[in-house]
Design a protein. Sequence first.
Lengths: 329, 329
Amino acid sequence: MDDVARAAGVSLGTVSHVLNHPDRVAPRTRDRVQRAIEELGFVPDRRARSLAGGASSMIGFVVIDLTNSYFVDMARGAEEEANLAGMNVVLANSDIQAEKELTYLHLFDEERVAGILLTPVENLADQAWRSREWRRRLVVANSDGGADRCSVAPDDELGGYLAARHLIDVGRRSLVFAGGLFHLAPVANRLRGAQRAVAETNGAVRMTTVTTAGLRPKDGREVGARLADLPPAERPDGVVAAADLLALGLVQALAGQPGLRIPEDLSVIGYDNNQASWESAIPLTTIAQPGHEVGRTATRLLIEEIREPGTHRHQCIKIEPQLIVRSST
Amino acid sequence: MDDVARAAGVSLGTVSHVLNHPDRVAPRTRDRVQRAIEELGFVPDRRARSLAGGASSMIGFVVIDLTNSYFVDMARGAEEEANLAGMNVVLANSDIQAEKELTYLHLFDEERVAGILLTPVENLADQAWRSREWRRRLVVANSDGGADRCSVAPDDELGGYLAARHLIDVGRRSLVFAGGLFHLAPVANRLRGAQRAVAETNGAVRMTTVTTAGLRPKDGREVGARLADLPPAERPDGVVAAADLLALGLVQALAGQPGLRIPEDLSVIGYDNNQASWESAIPLTTIAQPGHEVGRTATRLLIEEIREPGTHRHQCIKIEPQLIVRSST
DNA sequence: ATGAAAGCGCTAACAC
DNA sequence: GTGTTAGCGCTTTCAT
C-alpha cells in the first residue's frame, strides 16, 4: 500500500480512505489512487485489514457431509444470504467425524472469522464442541443448538405428517412406514408426524411400522421383497419410506411383480428429494428437505447476531419441508 | 497474549516462544505459560501470526461442483495431504460459475492463503482466471493448467482404454461406445482410449459410436430402448458408457427385455464410480475416477511449490483411473 | 480533503 | 532462557 501511496503522491492514510470511505476523498485524488492500484496490481491484505479494523467479512461453515446434496444446498443458501450482506462463506468438511469438526471449529476461531455455521455430528458421545465456549458467534444448522445459541432445522415431524397425509389424500387406507435407525431424531420425528396424520383419520386409516437395517437401496429392496411375498389381501396400498434411497430400492423390488403396479396398486413416497428420486425410472414422490432455506435462515440469524449484538435474541427456527408429487403416488 | 504473559509472569516474547519453539524455553516456564493459556482460554490469532511471520498454513480450494462426489473425494485427498504437512484446507464452491470462481480466487488471494487449489470451470469463454497473475501459488486440478503452473488430471484416455479392454477381455466382440457432449475433453478422451483398445485387436473387435443428448439416466434409457429394438443379430454384446448415470439408465431399459440378460448377453461398463453405480439393482462395472489421488497429488505439488520455491519445476501429472469389476460385465 | 501517528496481535531478531 | 523491540499491512482517530 506504501507503493500505491507513493505512486499516487499521497499518504498511506489517503489510500486507505479510498478503499474504505471513497466519499471522504476528493474525486481527483481518488481517481489517481485507483489508477495507481490498477497499475501496481495492488491486492489489499485482508488479514491486516481485519486485524486493524476488527471486522472480518468471512463466515466459516463446518459442513458434516458434502456428499449429501442437502448440505450443499445449505451451503448455497448460506452463500446467497451472506453475499447479500457483503460477506463470504468458506466451507470445511467435517466428514461426519467429531475430531475434524473440532479441528475446523478451532481453525475458524483462530482465524477470527466473523461467524461460524455448524451442522454438528449427531453422535451424542461426540459433542465436545458444545462444552467449549466459542469466542465466535456460532449458529447451528440442521439440529437443535440448545438454549444459548441460534439454530435452524427442518421440521421433520411436519414432513412425516405431509407424507402420510398425501397418501391418505390420494385414497390410501392401509399404510406402512418403512424406516430404520429410529434412534436418530430425524427418522423418529418423521414417524411421529406420519402417525399424527393417521391419528387424525379416527381409525379410517391404519399404519404399521417396518424396521429396516439402514436407509440404503439395499434395505429398501429387502422390504420390497417382504411386501411382495404378502398375500394380496394383507398388502398395504401405501408406503412412507424414511428416505428416498430406501424408497428407491423398494420400488425396484416391487415394480416387476405381477398385479402390483405403482402407483395404481401401491403408492410409495420417499423423503429427501435425493437426486436419485427424480432420475429413477419411476420418479419418486417425496418430501424435499429445505436445505437451501435452512442455510439462508441460519446465515440471516448469524449476520443479525454479528451486526446487532445488543438486540439479538437467540431462537430456534423450524423450516417447513415441501411435498413434491411425482409418479410414484 | 499480553494477559497470558502477565498471568504467567513472563514477557510477551516468551509466550510467543512456547507457541512456536517450545524447545527453546525452560520446561518449568513452559508449563507455567501453558497453564495460563488454558486458564485464560487464550486462542492465538492466526491473522496476526501470519501477518508477522509471513507464513499462513491455510490452503484454499475452489471446487467446481460439490454435488459431484468425485470432487469431494478430491477435497478429502487434499485435506489428507495438507494435514501431513501441518496445513489446513478450506473449500469454496464455485458451482460451475466462472464469476463465483473469480470471486473466491480473489478472496483467497486477499486472505494471503499459503496456496490455492483450483478445479476450473471448463467453459473456454470463462477462463478469465488464466489471464490474471495470481500472487498466490496455484495448482490446477482435473484439467490442464497450461505450461506455467502445476496441474493434475485423471488420464481419461487410459480410462477409456481400460473400459474397452475389459469388455474385450471378457470376450465381447461387437461394442458400442455410448456418450454425448463430445466437445468436452474428458468424454472425447475416453472415446479415443476405447478406440485405441479396439484398434489393438486388429479388426477382431468392432465398435460403433452412439451419440446421446447428455450423460443422464434419461439419455441412457433412450439408448437402451434403441438397442433393444435392434434385431438380435445386429445387437452389440458390449457397451462402454461415457458415464455411470448413462450406463444406469441403459441397464434399466435393457434389463427387462426377453433374451437380453446382463451380463450374459450384453455387458455394460460405466465411468465415474458414481454412488448410483454400486447401489443399483445390477451393480455396475465401472472406471473409478481417481479423485482422491488427484487431490493428494495436486496438494503435494502445491506444498512442494510453497516449501521449495527455488528448486520447484512446474509439471502436469496424469493419474491412472481404476477398473472396478462388478456384476454388469 | 489530506497527512501523521498510534495501534491491531503477533513473530523474529537481537540483547542480556 | 528470557526480555526488548522493530516491524507485518492495514484502519482510524486526530490534527492541519
